[in-house]
Design a protein around this ligand. Structure first.
Ligand code: FMN
Length: 347
């Protein structure tokens, strides 16, 4: 059925078949301490691909052992990790979904007692020290090596995690980054690390490999975000996935704006660049996605918890059927706890 959702869009050399994106969603407690899955992801992602999702962004995956978000998260810091991502690619590609992988360094939010960030930061129960230039160089190399492994696994690209207060946010943010060298101070200096990573991943992975950037907004201001978005576009980033940054709680939204502040920032970044932009947050029902697309407020819409609650969300939206509407369990997504206790399962 033709409609705003079911319209293809070009991302790099790929024609993504529709406008719905599965944003990265960690499957908590589905892995071991070495970055390997203990619960297979192939069916989990394959089901969302079968359900019609155009673009799937596989969950945050650590580029080295010492920078993980959780101690059960996936890793891609060694060749032995490649096979688990091959299985994901193989389960999604036959359904004609484009599939990329989010790569992350958690910086001061990494598991462990001794962690590193752009600067010395006070973190509860941890010692967080400023990264040396040698450590920064290693971070860049690790992003590149993981991206090459993602390519070997048959994935169509990577998303570099620059949001949610993880390492790259900690470099771009004026609040955290107090460095006195070329990686701190002016805006261009604070953007240097993510820019170098994008450049090096592009050089190593080639022009036809999708590079998406998970963009953290209000980090610290929308004006700086606009500049950064344009810089990423100039560098050849293929797609921006706009989410929260370190200053996200201070976003002001026009009174009659019908979506969340994070969605709002996505629709603002969309106005700045010509590459595809994804917005996210709280989009539970197809009519919300249709509104954003119909009114040309965004290129693509990410449905996170909605796709956990209903793997067939996209096909149902395209066919005008009712979806399982996520209950937004509080304080934390019950699917996200273990993949089993979402109220929609067993119904
Ligand atoms: C269980 C769970 C896991 C998540 N994991 C990630 C992740 O790996 N990387 C990331 O950038 N965001 C992650 N997020 C944030 C989502 O990508 C998304 O931005 C957020 O859920 C808001 O969208 P929604 O309201 O459609 O769910 C996660 C969110 C949840 C609920």
């Amino acid at each position: 059925m033709e409609g705003v959702i079911n319209k293809s869009i070009k991302v790099n050399k790929y024609h993504v078949k529709n406008r719905i994106v599965m944003p990265p969603l960690v499957c908590f407690n589905w892995g071991d301490d070495e970055g390997f899955e203990i619960v297979s992801r192939a069916k989990h992602y394959g089901d969302r691909a079968k359900g019609g999702t155009g673009l799937i962004i596989v969950e945050a995956t650590a580029i080295s052992k010492d920078c993980r978000i959780t101690d059960t998260g996936l890793g891609l810091w060694k060749d032995q990790h490649i096979r688990q991502f091959e299985r994901i690619a193989d389960s999604c590609h036959p359904e004609d979904s484009v599939v990329i992988l989010q790569l992350v360094h958690a910086g001061m939010k990494s598991v462990g007692k001794n962690v590193y960030s752009s600067s010395n930061v006070e973190v509860k129960d941890k010692e967080c020290l400023e990264m040396s230039l040698a450590q920064i160089k290693k971070v860049k190399e690790d992003f590149v090596s993981a991206a090459i492994r993602a390519k070997k696994a048959g994935l169509d690209g990577v998303e570099i995690h620059g949001a949610h207060g993880y390492l790259l946010s900690q470099f771009t943010s004026k609040v955290i980054n107090k460095r006195n060298d070329i990686y701190g101070g002016s805006l261009d200096n604070r953007l240097r690390l993510p820019i170098e990573i994008v450049k090096e991943v592009r050089a190593a992975a080639g022009d036809d490999f999708i590079i998406c950037y998970r963009f953290g907004v209000n980090d610290p201001t929308l004006e700086e975000d606009r500049y950064f978005a344009k810089e990423l576009e100039k560098l050849g980033v293929d797609i921006l996935n706009v989410s929260s940054g370190i200053g996200a709680e201070n976003i002001t939204v026009p009174e009659d704006y019908p979506f969340s502040p994070i969605t709002y920032m996505g629709t603002e970044i969309y106005k700045e660049v010509d590459i595809p932009v994804i917005c996210v947050y709280g989009i539970k029902e197809p009519k919300q996605a249709e509104y954003l697309l119909e009114n040309e407020m965004i290129d693509m819409v990410a449905v996170g918890k909605g796709l956990l609650a209903d793997p067939n969300w996209t096909n149902k939206a395209i066919n005008g059927e009712d979806v399982n509407v996520c209950f937004h369990c509080s304080p934390w997504c019950k699917y996200g706890k273990d993949g089993k206790t979402c109220p929609w399962y067993g119904k």
